[in-house]
Design a protein around this ligand. Sequence first.
Ligand code: SAM
Length: 294
Amino acid sequence: MKFKIKTYKHVWEYDLSNGVTTINPRKRYPLHFLSFFSKKFNILAKSKDVEKDPSIIYKYFVSKDDIDVQTERADIFNEILKGYDIDFKDKTVLDISGGNGVFVKRFLKHGAKSVTNTEYSADAVNYSKNVLKIDSFKFDLNNDKLSKTLKNSKFDIIMLRGCIEFCDDLSNLVKELKLITHKNSFLVLNFIDPTLGAALRTMFDQYNVRVCRPPDIVQKYFTKNDFVTKKNTEIFLFDRNFAYKRLIWPSTPFYIYYLILALFKIHKHKYPRDFHSLDCKAALLILNRKNNST
Ligand SMILES: C[S@@+](CC[C@H](N)C(=O)[O-])C[C@H]1O[C@@H](n2cnc3c(N)ncnc32)[C@H](O)[C@@H]1O
Protein backbone atom coordinates (compact mmCIF):
# COMPACT_ATOMS: atom_id res chain seq x y z
CA MET A 1 0.00 0.00 0.00
CA LYS A 2 1.18 3.52 -0.80
CA PHE A 3 0.35 7.01 0.28
CA LYS A 4 1.04 10.27 -1.49
CA ILE A 5 2.43 13.49 -0.11
CA LYS A 6 2.02 16.53 -2.32
CA THR A 7 4.52 19.37 -2.38
CA TYR A 8 4.47 22.45 -4.59
CA LYS A 9 6.25 20.82 -7.57
CA HIS A 10 6.13 17.08 -6.81
CA VAL A 11 4.20 14.14 -5.50
CA TRP A 12 6.14 11.84 -3.13
CA GLU A 13 4.69 8.35 -3.30
CA TYR A 14 5.68 6.37 -0.24
CA ASP A 15 5.45 2.58 -0.22
CA LEU A 16 4.29 1.53 3.26
CA SER A 17 5.77 -1.96 2.90
CA ASN A 18 9.40 -0.87 2.52
CA GLY A 19 9.66 2.92 2.66
CA VAL A 20 10.81 3.27 -0.96
CA THR A 21 9.55 6.59 -2.25
CA THR A 22 9.19 7.64 -5.86
CA ILE A 23 9.09 11.29 -6.71
CA ASN A 24 7.00 12.45 -9.66
CA PRO A 25 6.80 15.98 -10.98
CA ARG A 26 3.38 17.62 -10.91
CA LYS A 27 2.13 18.50 -14.39
CA ARG A 28 0.97 21.96 -13.35
CA TYR A 29 2.18 24.11 -10.51
CA PRO A 30 -0.72 25.72 -8.60
CA LEU A 31 0.31 29.42 -8.70
CA HIS A 32 2.59 29.43 -11.76
CA PHE A 33 0.72 32.42 -13.27
CA LEU A 34 2.07 34.74 -10.54
CA SER A 35 5.42 34.79 -12.35
CA PHE A 36 3.78 36.99 -15.04
CA PHE A 37 3.45 39.76 -12.47
CA SER A 38 6.90 39.70 -10.90
CA LYS A 39 10.24 37.91 -11.33
CA LYS A 40 10.15 37.36 -7.58
CA PHE A 41 7.60 34.62 -8.28
CA ASN A 42 9.66 32.80 -10.95
CA ILE A 43 10.24 30.03 -8.42
CA LEU A 44 6.54 29.20 -8.70
CA ALA A 45 6.68 28.58 -12.46
CA LYS A 46 8.21 25.99 -14.74
CA SER A 47 11.43 26.75 -16.62
CA LYS A 48 11.19 25.54 -20.23
CA ASP A 49 14.99 25.42 -20.49
CA VAL A 50 15.29 23.04 -17.51
CA GLU A 51 12.49 20.96 -18.92
CA LYS A 52 14.36 20.59 -22.22
CA ASP A 53 17.76 19.87 -20.66
CA PRO A 54 17.68 19.09 -16.91
CA SER A 55 21.48 18.91 -16.75
CA ILE A 56 21.63 22.74 -17.01
CA ILE A 57 20.67 22.95 -13.34
CA TYR A 58 24.20 21.70 -12.68
CA LYS A 59 25.84 24.72 -14.33
CA TYR A 60 26.74 25.85 -10.81
CA PHE A 61 29.28 23.00 -10.72
CA VAL A 62 31.79 25.21 -12.50
CA SER A 63 31.28 28.14 -10.13
CA LYS A 64 34.01 29.26 -7.72
CA ASP A 65 31.71 28.53 -4.76
CA ASP A 66 31.19 24.89 -5.69
CA ILE A 67 34.90 24.41 -6.38
CA ASP A 68 35.73 25.60 -2.83
CA VAL A 69 32.94 23.49 -1.29
CA GLN A 70 34.11 20.32 -3.05
CA THR A 71 37.72 20.71 -1.88
CA GLU A 72 36.57 21.06 1.72
CA ARG A 73 34.18 18.09 1.35
CA ALA A 74 36.94 15.83 0.06
CA ASP A 75 39.08 16.63 3.11
CA ILE A 76 36.12 15.92 5.40
CA PHE A 77 35.36 12.61 3.64
CA ASN A 78 39.03 11.67 3.89
CA GLU A 79 38.87 12.17 7.67
CA ILE A 80 35.52 10.35 8.05
CA LEU A 81 36.70 7.38 5.98
CA LYS A 82 40.01 7.19 7.83
CA GLY A 83 37.86 6.55 10.91
CA TYR A 84 36.55 3.44 9.12
CA ASP A 85 40.07 2.27 8.14
CA ILE A 86 39.79 3.41 4.54
CA ASP A 87 43.02 4.95 3.37
CA PHE A 88 43.35 6.56 -0.06
CA LYS A 89 47.10 5.97 -0.28
CA ASP A 90 48.02 4.29 -3.60
CA LYS A 91 44.36 3.66 -4.40
CA THR A 92 42.52 4.05 -7.68
CA VAL A 93 39.47 6.18 -6.93
CA LEU A 94 36.28 6.67 -8.93
CA ASP A 95 33.60 9.25 -8.14
CA ILE A 96 30.29 8.59 -9.89
CA SER A 97 28.27 11.73 -10.64
CA GLY A 98 31.08 13.58 -8.94
CA GLY A 99 30.25 17.08 -10.22
CA ASN A 100 33.17 19.23 -11.39
CA GLY A 101 35.80 16.64 -10.39
CA VAL A 102 37.44 18.86 -7.77
CA PHE A 103 36.29 16.45 -5.06
CA VAL A 104 37.90 13.34 -6.52
CA LYS A 105 41.03 15.17 -7.71
CA ARG A 106 41.67 16.25 -4.12
CA PHE A 107 42.33 12.60 -3.20
CA LEU A 108 45.60 12.79 -5.14
CA LYS A 109 46.71 15.07 -2.28
CA HIS A 110 45.67 12.33 0.13
CA GLY A 111 47.90 9.82 -1.66
CA ALA A 112 45.58 8.28 -4.29
CA LYS A 113 47.36 6.69 -7.26
CA SER A 114 44.76 7.81 -9.83
CA VAL A 115 41.35 9.44 -9.88
CA THR A 116 38.42 9.26 -12.29
CA ASN A 117 35.19 11.24 -12.49
CA THR A 118 31.89 10.51 -14.22
CA GLU A 119 29.16 13.10 -14.70
CA TYR A 120 25.75 13.58 -16.20
CA SER A 121 26.36 17.29 -16.76
CA ALA A 122 28.38 17.93 -19.94
CA ASP A 123 29.77 21.21 -18.50
CA ALA A 124 31.12 19.36 -15.47
CA VAL A 125 32.73 16.66 -17.64
CA ASN A 126 34.40 19.34 -19.77
CA TYR A 127 35.66 21.08 -16.66
CA SER A 128 37.14 18.01 -15.05
CA LYS A 129 38.64 16.79 -18.33
CA ASN A 130 39.99 20.05 -19.74
CA VAL A 131 40.69 22.20 -16.69
CA LEU A 132 41.52 19.62 -14.01
CA LYS A 133 42.95 17.16 -16.55
CA ILE A 134 41.64 14.06 -14.84
CA ASP A 135 40.00 11.05 -16.50
CA SER A 136 36.37 12.05 -16.96
CA PHE A 137 33.44 10.45 -18.67
CA LYS A 138 29.88 11.47 -19.47
CA PHE A 139 27.62 8.93 -17.79
CA ASP A 140 23.86 8.75 -17.38
CA LEU A 141 22.75 6.35 -14.63
CA ASN A 142 19.56 5.52 -16.51
CA ASN A 143 20.82 5.14 -20.05
CA ASP A 144 24.49 4.10 -20.00
CA LYS A 145 26.38 1.04 -18.88
CA LEU A 146 28.99 1.85 -16.26
CA SER A 147 31.39 -0.97 -17.21
CA LYS A 148 31.26 0.09 -20.87
CA THR A 149 31.76 3.79 -20.07
CA LEU A 150 34.77 2.91 -17.92
CA LYS A 151 36.11 0.33 -20.37
CA ASN A 152 35.96 -2.46 -17.79
CA SER A 153 38.60 -0.86 -15.52
CA LYS A 154 38.49 -1.88 -11.86
CA PHE A 155 38.76 0.60 -8.97
CA ASP A 156 39.87 0.30 -5.34
CA ILE A 157 37.44 2.91 -3.99
CA ILE A 158 34.20 3.95 -5.70
CA MET A 159 32.15 6.82 -4.33
CA LEU A 160 28.51 7.52 -5.13
CA ARG A 161 27.44 10.67 -3.34
CA GLY A 162 23.95 12.08 -3.81
CA CYS A 163 23.30 10.24 -7.05
CA ILE A 164 21.56 6.89 -6.52
CA GLU A 165 18.42 8.97 -5.92
CA PHE A 166 18.44 9.61 -9.69
CA CYS A 167 18.83 5.94 -10.59
CA ASP A 168 15.65 4.12 -11.57
CA ASP A 169 17.13 0.63 -11.65
CA LEU A 170 19.42 0.13 -8.67
CA SER A 171 19.68 -3.59 -9.28
CA ASN A 172 21.25 -3.00 -12.66
CA LEU A 173 23.65 -0.40 -11.25
CA VAL A 174 24.81 -2.81 -8.53
CA LYS A 175 25.52 -5.48 -11.16
CA GLU A 176 27.56 -2.95 -13.11
CA LEU A 177 29.42 -1.92 -9.94
CA LYS A 178 30.35 -5.54 -9.42
CA LEU A 179 32.05 -5.53 -12.81
CA ILE A 180 34.29 -2.59 -11.93
CA THR A 181 35.32 -3.77 -8.45
CA HIS A 182 37.75 -6.44 -7.27
CA LYS A 183 37.62 -8.44 -4.06
CA ASN A 184 39.30 -5.70 -1.99
CA SER A 185 37.36 -2.73 -3.37
CA PHE A 186 35.27 -0.40 -1.22
CA LEU A 187 32.05 1.32 -2.19
CA VAL A 188 31.10 4.52 -0.38
CA LEU A 189 27.49 5.62 -0.81
CA ASN A 190 25.90 8.75 0.52
CA PHE A 191 22.22 9.39 -0.21
CA ILE A 192 19.03 10.98 1.07
CA ASP A 193 16.64 9.00 3.23
CA PRO A 194 12.97 9.45 2.32
CA THR A 195 11.79 11.95 4.92
CA LEU A 196 9.29 14.77 5.00
CA GLY A 197 12.28 17.09 5.52
CA ALA A 198 13.69 15.98 2.15
CA ALA A 199 10.31 16.43 0.44
CA LEU A 200 9.87 19.96 1.77
CA ARG A 201 13.48 20.97 1.19
CA THR A 202 13.32 20.06 -2.50
CA MET A 203 9.81 21.36 -3.05
CA PHE A 204 10.84 24.10 -5.54
CA ASP A 205 13.45 22.07 -7.45
CA GLN A 206 12.01 21.50 -10.88
CA TYR A 207 14.38 18.61 -11.54
CA ASN A 208 14.26 16.60 -8.36
CA VAL A 209 15.50 13.22 -7.14
CA ARG A 210 13.52 10.33 -8.64
CA VAL A 211 13.57 7.69 -5.94
CA CYS A 212 14.61 7.71 -2.29
CA ARG A 213 15.29 4.40 -0.61
CA PRO A 214 15.89 3.73 3.10
CA PRO A 215 19.45 2.47 3.80
CA ASP A 216 18.34 -1.08 4.72
CA ILE A 217 16.71 -1.40 1.29
CA VAL A 218 19.80 -0.08 -0.49
CA GLN A 219 21.90 -2.56 1.46
CA LYS A 220 19.73 -5.46 0.26
CA TYR A 221 20.45 -4.69 -3.38
CA PHE A 222 24.15 -5.00 -2.62
CA THR A 223 24.04 -8.08 -0.41
CA LYS A 224 22.21 -9.91 -3.22
CA ASN A 225 25.25 -9.22 -5.37
CA ASP A 226 28.06 -10.40 -3.09
CA PHE A 227 28.74 -7.15 -1.26
CA VAL A 228 28.82 -6.91 2.52
CA THR A 229 28.14 -3.88 4.68
CA LYS A 230 31.13 -2.53 6.51
CA LYS A 231 29.30 0.47 7.97
CA ASN A 232 25.74 1.77 7.87
CA THR A 233 25.57 5.21 9.45
CA GLU A 234 24.60 8.85 8.80
CA ILE A 235 26.54 12.00 8.09
CA PHE A 236 25.68 15.66 8.14
CA LEU A 237 24.20 16.75 4.84
CA PHE A 238 26.37 19.64 3.78
CA ASP A 239 23.67 21.63 2.03
CA ARG A 240 21.15 21.42 4.85
CA ASN A 241 21.83 24.99 5.94
CA PHE A 242 21.53 26.16 2.37
CA ALA A 243 18.20 24.38 2.05
CA TYR A 244 16.67 26.07 5.04
CA LYS A 245 18.06 29.44 3.98
CA ARG A 246 15.45 29.18 1.25
CA LEU A 247 12.72 29.48 3.85
CA ILE A 248 12.13 33.08 2.89
CA TRP A 249 9.35 35.01 1.22
CA PRO A 250 7.62 33.94 -1.03
CA SER A 251 8.46 30.31 -0.14
CA THR A 252 7.56 30.30 3.55
CA PRO A 253 3.75 30.04 3.25
CA PHE A 254 4.19 27.04 0.93
CA TYR A 255 6.41 25.21 3.40
CA ILE A 256 3.85 25.77 6.13
CA TYR A 257 0.89 24.81 3.94
CA TYR A 258 2.46 21.59 2.59
CA LEU A 259 3.85 20.66 6.02
CA ILE A 260 0.36 20.84 7.55
CA LEU A 261 -1.20 18.84 4.70
CA ALA A 262 1.53 16.19 5.00
CA LEU A 263 1.18 15.91 8.77
CA PHE A 264 -2.49 14.98 8.40
CA LYS A 265 -1.60 12.25 5.89
CA ILE A 266 1.28 10.95 7.99
CA HIS A 267 -0.87 10.85 11.11
CA LYS A 268 -3.55 8.90 9.20
CA HIS A 269 -0.92 6.33 8.26
CA LYS A 270 0.48 6.09 11.83
CA TYR A 271 3.77 7.92 11.23
CA PRO A 272 5.38 5.23 9.06
CA ARG A 273 9.11 4.52 9.61
CA ASP A 274 10.78 7.87 9.83
CA PHE A 275 9.25 9.48 6.77
CA HIS A 276 7.67 11.89 9.25
CA SER A 277 11.11 13.21 10.20
CA LEU A 278 11.69 16.85 9.35
CA ASP A 279 15.36 16.11 9.19
CA CYS A 280 16.82 15.73 5.71
CA LYS A 281 18.89 12.71 6.68
CA ALA A 282 21.85 11.57 4.63
CA ALA A 283 22.88 7.95 4.88
CA LEU A 284 26.50 6.82 4.64
CA LEU A 285 26.90 3.23 3.57
CA ILE A 286 30.30 1.61 3.19
CA LEU A 287 30.44 -1.76 1.50
CA ASN A 288 33.04 -4.21 0.31
CA ARG A 289 32.99 -7.41 -1.68
CA LYS A 290 32.52 -10.75 0.05
CA ASN A 291 36.02 -12.11 0.40
CA ASN A 292 35.44 -15.17 -1.71
CA SER A 293 33.48 -13.51 -4.53
CA THR A 294 35.19 -12.99 -7.87
C1 SAM B 1 23.04 16.45 -5.62
S1 SAM B 1 24.18 16.37 -6.93
C2 SAM B 1 25.54 15.58 -6.15
C3 SAM B 1 26.83 15.95 -6.80
C4 SAM B 1 28.09 15.43 -6.09
N1 SAM B 1 28.15 13.99 -6.10
C5 SAM B 1 28.13 15.95 -4.70
O1 SAM B 1 27.85 15.19 -3.76
O2 SAM B 1 28.41 17.14 -4.53
C6 SAM B 1 23.42 15.14 -7.91
C7 SAM B 1 24.32 14.52 -8.93
O3 SAM B 1 23.60 13.53 -9.65
C8 SAM B 1 23.87 13.71 -11.02
N2 SAM B 1 22.77 13.19 -11.82
C9 SAM B 1 21.50 13.64 -11.98
N3 SAM B 1 20.83 12.90 -12.84
C10 SAM B 1 21.69 11.93 -13.25
C11 SAM B 1 21.60 10.84 -14.16
N4 SAM B 1 20.49 10.58 -14.83
N5 SAM B 1 22.69 10.08 -14.35
C12 SAM B 1 23.84 10.32 -13.69
N6 SAM B 1 23.98 11.31 -12.80
C13 SAM B 1 22.92 12.11 -12.59
C14 SAM B 1 24.08 15.18 -11.22
O4 SAM B 1 24.80 15.49 -12.38
C15 SAM B 1 24.85 15.50 -9.96
O5 SAM B 1 26.20 15.27 -10.13
